[in-house]
Design a protein around this ligand. Structure first.
Ligand code: ARG
Length: 452
């Protein structure tokens, strides 16, 4: 490109350096940015009103053609920016003035920021839909109890709704991270030129206003080379992907014969090509798998930026595919997982069977001993011995005779052992954040209201 070269690029080089095959998806942002820039140029007298309107008309026409699929993209024109500008200049001579005071360095940074702002708005609504799907499921099954697990060992009983609401909290933090990130995305780099601004008296604030940016960047060197906003966004996506992966893992476990807590609808499972009886939770498994790829996108972006000298370097062209992949993957996964949650049946009997194990209430006996004045460490030891004794006698902890308890702890009162009713045990968990029935109901109502 340009008059200083005696030959065009080698075909291999052209193929190697082009980006139009992936950055053409920025056409809308690129055109919006160009129209705002041109409008400002006309306002400061660099373009006549006629030139501006020819540019605007030409760009809108190009946009329509791209949308209709009739625009001819040229690999020789390297990227989305040059394709659009060259096509415009073919249509109107005023096109040759569009790039005044602008470089592709500040242009691509602007396009990406516009694109990210739009995508974050999409993510926020997809996350809210995911949260709603969880709250709906939790509300429909609000009476169902399951064991809560630590170390994947049955620990203490909780409502299924409480477990699902844990994910609602996680996805809410994901929304918060995006809302925070967007503040730093919402800054206009255009007007920074290639790296050192321009001698033309550009009205940057005016362009920001036209494009809906909250402010303009304060350092031209930083503005053309800063990719923090992409790193933050990719990091937020990676956390969301990890949350989705954990949810997927729970669903995979719960749908196994070993747990049997849920059955995922046929539309969201697949069969085996060999074993006729199989019904596999592939959507959940692929979700778990995709988290690796979204984490990889973040690592690639961090590594890309890490060794770059100031300011723009062509390496940065590699940022797009990784960020696009991160965004596309998370959005598609949120969409399919939210739909799948609406097609899950709970096997209430299997849940009831799993939660009926009186050992899940061993901690409640220790708590009851504490409330009767025994020190917790001592209470822990008493119940531990009782569990071992019940195991030896082959009887459930709730059926261990008072006489056996008294061998371990002579002052044991029958009242202290009246803790083996799961519903009552849950009702005793009353603080904020606890899995008690009232708390869970209140949380479900709070989320339903908040999510609208
Ligand atoms: N396609 C390039 C990118 O994505 C646009 C900027 C090119 N700038 C340059 N000085 N060659 O980074």
């Amino acid at each position: 490109m340009g008059w200083r070269f005696s030959s065009g690029p080698d075909a291999k080089v052209q193929r190697f350096t082009r980006s139009v095959h992936f950055d053409k998806r920025l056409y809308r942002e690129d055109i919006a940015g160009s129209i705002a820039h041109a409008r400002m140029l006309s306002e400061i007298g660099v373009l006549t009103a006629k030139e501006f309107s020819a540019i605007e008309k030409g760009l809108r026409q190009i946009e329509k053609e791209i949308e209709a699929g009739t625009f001819v993209w040229s690999e020789a024109r390297e990227d989305v920016h040059m394709n659009i500008e060259a096509a415009l200049t073919e249509r109107t001579p005023a096109g040759a003035k569009l790039h005044t005071g602008r470089s592709r360095n500040d242009q691509v940074a602007t396009d990406m920021r516009l694109w990210v702002k739009h995508q974050i708005a999409v993510d926020l609504s997809l996350l809210a839909r995911m949260q709603k799907a969880l709250v709906q499921w939790a509300t429909a099954q609000s009476q169902v109890l399951i064991p809560g697990y630590t170390h994947l060992q049955r620990a203490q009983p909780v409502y299924l709704a409480h477990h699902l609401l844990a994910y609602v909290e996680m996805f809410d933090r994901d929304r918060g991270r995006l809302q925070d990130c967007v503040k730093r995305v919402d800054v206009l780099p255009l007007g920074s030129g290639a790296l050192a601004g321009s001698t033309i008296p550009l009205q940057r604030e005016r362009v920001a206003e036209l494009l809906g940016f909250a402010s303009v960047t304060r350092n031209s060197l930083d503005a053309v080379s800063d990719r923090d906003f992409m790193l933050e966004y990719a990091a937020a996506n990676a956390v969301t992907a990890v949350h989705l992966s954990r949810l997927a893992e729970d669903l995979i476990l719960w749908s196994s014969a070993e747990f049997g807590f849920i059955r995922i609808g046929d539309a969201f499972t697949t069969g085996s090509s060999l074993m006729p009886q199989k019904k596999n939770p592939d959507v959940a498994e692929i979700t778990r798998g995709k988290s690796g790829r979204v984490i990889g996108d973040l690592m690639a972006l961090l590594t890309l930026v890490k060794g770059l000298p100031m300011t723009y370097n062509r390496d940065l062209q590699e940022d797009k595919e990784r960020l696009f992949d991160s965004v596309d993957t998370v959005q598609e996964t949120l969409d399919v997982m939210a739909a799948m949650l609406g097609d899950i049946r709970v096997n209430e009997e299997a849940c009831a069977r799993a939660v009926a194990d009186p050992l899940l209430l061993a901690t409640d006996v220790a708590d009851a001993l504490v409330l009767s004045g025994v020190a917790f460490r001592h209470a822990h030891e008493i119940v531990g011995q009782a569990v071992a004794c019940a195991e030896k006698l082959g009887c459930p902890l709730s059926k261990l005779p008072l006489s056996e308890w008294r061998k371990i702890h002579p002052p044991m009162e029958p009242k202290t052992l009246e803790v083996f009713d799961v519903e009552k045990a849950l009702a005793r968990r009353r603080m904020t954040g606890a899995p008690g029935a009232r708390q869970v109901r209140a949380e479900l109502a709070r989320w339903a209201k908040k999510l609208g």
